[in-house]
Design a binder for this molecule. Sequence first.
Ligand code: DQA
Length: 148
Amino acid sequence: KRILVLNGPNLNRLGTREPERYGRLTLADIGQRLDRAADGQGAALEHFQSNHEGEAIDRLHRAADEGIDGVLINPGAWTHTSVALRDALLAIDRPFVEIHLSNIHARESFRQHSYFSDVAVGSIVGLGALGYELALTALIAHLDAPSA
Ligand code: DQA
């Protein structure tokens, strides 16, 4: 199975960005942990981070053309703003799991709506970097048995 791991804006600053909220691991650290977990579960990951919405949309289109099976996505602030990124995920018609390091439901009201949650396989929030690994396990299980 091939899975795209897509991280949105400002997540390239993990490690130093509000560490009390988002933790001290860098995005590279999280990516390495995920690669190890994926190895053990027979999946191969492709990693992509961008601060540019159009690039993220283009990357999703390309992933579909290349036959990717599913997507793990932390859309960052686009979670709360981007109909276009939601539409891209619907357009490529691949299952995806939404991840947030922080518990968006315990924060500002503008973070409590997600343009992704209702069309995601599921969402994991508030569990920090561990959330990425849990999301990977869940997405692989979904790919193996979509109706389970
Ligand atoms: C985030 C939550 C978003 O509200 C915020 O804009 C981020 C990170 C998270 O992982 O907790 O950039 O997606």
